[in-house]
Design a protein. Structure first.
Length: 119
């Protein structure tokens, strides 16, 4: 069964749309990543300020390999002009820069699927 990694990101009330925009701008960047099964960005529907980034992986080794990859670094603002939801980007001159992170904190939660029943 799959393993699930949930990144619980605390986001100020006025910054949620920016977080969603940055994730949307990454498009299908995870497609073809070995072991990657899927992704969801969950927006709170109550007064909470924690957004959930839910990813599914075939195994722990696949997730660990992705977190050690150059693609992970770029998508999390650790280099490259196309660093996605967490920082980085390009300005109007096409020059790379590091954008301020949207979240004010984050926790990584790890689960394995115990039961999977879908309609």
């Amino acid at each position: 069964m799959s393993i699930v990694k949930i990144n619980a990101i605390t986001v100020p009330a006025d910054s949620g749309d920016e977080l969603a925009h940055r994730f949307a701008a990454r498009g299908d960047s995870m497609d073809g990543t070995p072991g990657f099964e899927g992704f969801e960005l969950l927006k709170p529907t109550d007064d909470r300020h924690v957004w959930l980034v839910v990813t599914r992986w075939t195994d722990e080794a696949s997730f660990e390999a992705w977190t050690a990859s150059e693609a992970f670094g770029r998508s999390h603002g650790h280099g490259g002009a196309d660093a996605g939801a967490h920082g980085g980007g390009t300005d109007e001159n096409g020059e790379g820069h590091r954008r301020k992170p949207v979240g004010t904190g984050a926790e990584l939660w790890s689960y394995e699927t115990a039961l999977d029943r879908r309609a």
